[in-house]
Design a protein around this ligand. Structure first.
Ligand code: SF4
Length: 238
């Protein structure tokens, strides 16, 4: 019987390119990349539909291991049914699970969103806290989710959101260089914070996510039609 080569099926990590640039040169290149992204994506914003910080928080928790499209189909019904943190916290868990079923990992996610809603209702007067320490104290909320909420709902540039698109593109663009592990989100975030001006952190995350979807998907980057190709050391390598 023919053996399957499991190793060949394994996803390969995005290769890290050593440009040999100084941090100062990398900053200059990052500035030009930002200009290109502004030109193409203008006012790029979060793709998760939301009306306020609470809805964004819940949608972001639900978006783990799922797509924004799926979440955007589920959340209007969820927020119509449960309009406040208190209403969501006190709903029967089975009902919440049923509404969010299609987002995957629905049992754990129901526990997280109800736990976060309960804490917001009981300890934060029904309002999503606008600081990192309180946000990461909520069930199901880690730094990435907190960064999304702080940057998008509160306009606070406290970090760069590193999801799979941002991590992959930061690596392709050689804007991360300190880690051998190209999936180390914390190191990637630190590198990006060093070369991207702070007032651009939120825009940069949203723009890279859009760029990863529209022009530079993992399977087939469209380098020929990429507006930042001249600034990308990986252009034409895909
Ligand atoms: S040049 Fe190619 S690899 Fe680089 S960002 Fe553009 S599409 Fe992606």
């Amino acid at each position: 019987m023919k053996k399957t080569n499991k190793a060949s099926k394994k996803k390969t990590a995005t290769p890290r390119i050593d440009t040999g640039e100084s941090v100062a040169d990398r900053k200059k290149r990052a500035k030009r990349i930002l200009a290109g992204l502004h030109k193409q994506y203008g006012d790029a914003d979060c793709a998760l539909i939301h009306k306020d910080a609470f809805q964004l928080l819940i949608a972001t928790i639900l978006s783990a291991q799922s797509t924004d499209e799926t979440i955007n189909k589920v959340t209007p019904g969820l927020f119509k049914k449960y309009k406040t943190p208190k209403a969501l916290a006190s709903a029967p868990v089975e009902d919440v699970e049923e509404v969010i079923h299609s987002t995957g990992f629905f049992r754990q996610k129901a526990k997280s969103i109800q736990g976060a809603a309960r804490k917001i209702a009981d300890e934060f007067g029904g309002k999503v806290p606008a600081n990192m320490d309180d946000l990461v104290s909520l069930p199901g909320v880690a730094r990435k989710t907190a960064n999304v909420v702080l940057g998008t709902a509160f306009g606070e540039n406290v970090g760069v959101v590193v999801d799979t698109h941002v991590g992959r593109l930061a690596t392709l663009l050689a804007l991360t260089w300190t880690s051998k592990d190209t999936k180390d989100a914390v190191k990637i975030e630190n590198d990006l914070m060093e070369v991207i001006p702070q007032d651009e952190w939120t825009f940069f995350s949203h723009a890279l996510i859009w760029h990863g979807r529209k022009v530079c998907p993992a399977r087939k980057p469209d380098c020929e039609n990429c507006t930042i190709a001249k600034l990308c050391p990986s252009a034409g390598l895909g």
